[in-house]
Design a binder for this molecule. Structure first.
Ligand SMILES: Cc1cc2nc3c(=O)[nH]c(=O)nc-3n(C[C@H](O)[C@H](O)[C@H](O)COP(=O)(O)OP(=O)(O)OC[C@H]3O[C@@H](n4cnc5c(N)ncnc54)[C@H](O)[C@@H]3O)c2cc1C
Length: 393
């Protein structure tokens, strides 16, 4: 994309590029390039390193430690971070809960949790989905019944990413069964070490343990852990989801992954010539590049309207649909380029640690990208409703 930047923006870009070049540990780069997940310790250490530099909560207001950067600076920052194959920070606290607490939390909640999110002193997980409530989230049944100064909670959450690493959960619970189902939902913060919580692992198709089912049995949580008003949970949940969907798009990381694929296609030979000479390969790369370019423009539009004070709206659904489609395409190309090297997962590691040793795991995991954060079908309905609404107006 040909965008023009001012001299000071170019200087900022050089500074960020220099910092990531000097400070991204080689083993983390390697994990990013080969599509491996970071472990908990690596994420915590990296997040703290970014925060030390003022590079973590760049989208937060300055009073809470944010950067005060313009949308252009944030865009350039993310491009440079991804181009250096540096990992992104943890999203549950920084991207999702942080903005929610700033908008709906009490002063005490902000004072306690926002600094702890920055330092990764709390690991947050998201307790939204339930066995009978995913796309139809408002049907959730986990109940929170008032008992003196506490809520007593019973029910179960599912697909809870990294609940086994988390010490905190932000959770949707049902505090009323009267009126519209959306009106009886509340947003609670839950300490994971309270008695009455059980976390059971779910191993996903990539062979890894990211996911869990969480059970609550007569769990007591202080009422002061409520965010916003009782019954305001649906409004808060929707606010959080727009931030989640926008972040899932991962434009800068897809650009870096595409650049890595181009470099590899130029380097790797098949039938005595570089892969890039093969018209079929070129067409696939070009298609991915075109989709990515369209996605990037949409992302820039959302960034500039956010800068003008507008919360991301239905555009976040568009970003999510397109962003995850591009991620899936790129992971498919990586498996294709790797050929037999992409299959050591099945071959019990017989081929050793190659550049593509984890390509198949990533490919498999990313099948879920069109489901988590709200499935494609549901996002398309959100978009259709908003477009029809505009036409009608
Ligand atoms: C890897 C992964 C990580 C996740 N992490 C978390 C997490 O940390 N916390 C959390 O709370 N949740 C998490 N989820 C859950 C995720 O948000 C849900 O899986 C998702 O919302 C879909 O809900 P569901 O699985 O119940 O599917 P369902 O809602 O049962 O949907 C099944 C199928 O029916 C389609 N469908 C459903 N309703 C409609 C409709 N109205 N119109 C058209 N099609 C429809 C869906 O698109 C889908 O294809 C995660 C999921 C995955 C896969």
């Amino acid at each position: 994309m040909d965008l023009s930047f001012s001299d000071s923006e170019r200087a900022f870009q050089r500074e960020v590029r220099g910092w990531f070049a000097a400070n991204t540990p080689g083993h983390l780069r390697r994990k990013v390039v080969t599509g491996q997940m970071l472990n908990k310790d690596e994420i915590v250490q990296w997040q703290r390193r970014l925060d030390d530099q003022g590079y973590l909560v760049v989208g937060w207001p300055k009073e809470h430690g944010g950067s005060g950067w313009t949308p252009t600076q944030r865009y350039l920052f993310d491009l440079e971070r991804a181009a250096a194959n540096a990992p992104v920070g943890l999203s549950m606290g920084v991207i999702m809960l942080g903005p929610v607490l700033m908008a709906f939390g009490t002063e005490a909640q902000k004072a306690r949790y926002l600094p702890r999110i920055r330092r990764c002193e709390d690991w947050w997980c998201q307790g939204y989905s339930e066995p009978g409530a995913g796309s139809d989230l408002a049907s959730l049944k986990t109940s929170a019944v008032t008992d003196g100064d506490d809520y007593v909670i019973n029910g179960s959450k599912i697909w809870t990413t990294y609940a086994h690493w988390a010490n905190m959960m932000f959770c949707l619970v049902r505090t009323a069964n009267t009126g519209k189902k959306q009106e009886g939902i509340s947003f609670l913060l839950i300490e994971m070490d309270r008695p009455g919580i059980e976390v059971r692992p779910i191993v996903s198709i990539d062979g890894e343990h990211h996911l869990n089912q969480v059970f609550f049995t007569d769990l007591c949580v202080p009422r002061s852990n409520l965010v916003g008003r009782e019954g305001q949970g649906w409004e808060i949940a929707k606010y959080l989801l727009t931030h989640e969907r926008t972040s899932i798009a991962g434009v800068a990381d897809s650009k870096a992954a595409l650049a890595n694929l181009y470099a590899e296609a130029a380097r790797r030979r098949a039938g005595g010539r570089p892969l890039l000479d093969d018209p079929a390969v070129r067409i696939k790369l070009a298609r991915a590049e075109i989709d990515l370019m369209a996605l990037e423009y949409t992302n820039l539009r959302v960034l500039s309207s956010t800068a003008a004070g507008k919360a991301p709206g239905p555009e976040s659904s568009l970003l999510k649909i397109m962003g995850t489609a591009v991620q899936q395409t790129l992971s498919e190309l990586s498996v294709e380029f790797g050929g037999e090297q992409a299959w050591p997962w099945y071959a019990s590691g017989a081929l050793g640690e190659t550049d593509h040793a984890h390509a198949m795991e990533r490919y498999a995991f990313l099948r879920a990208a069109t489901i988590y954060g709200g499935s494609d079908e549901v996002q398309k309905t959100v978009l259709a409703r908003s477009l029809l609404g505009k036409t009608a107006a």
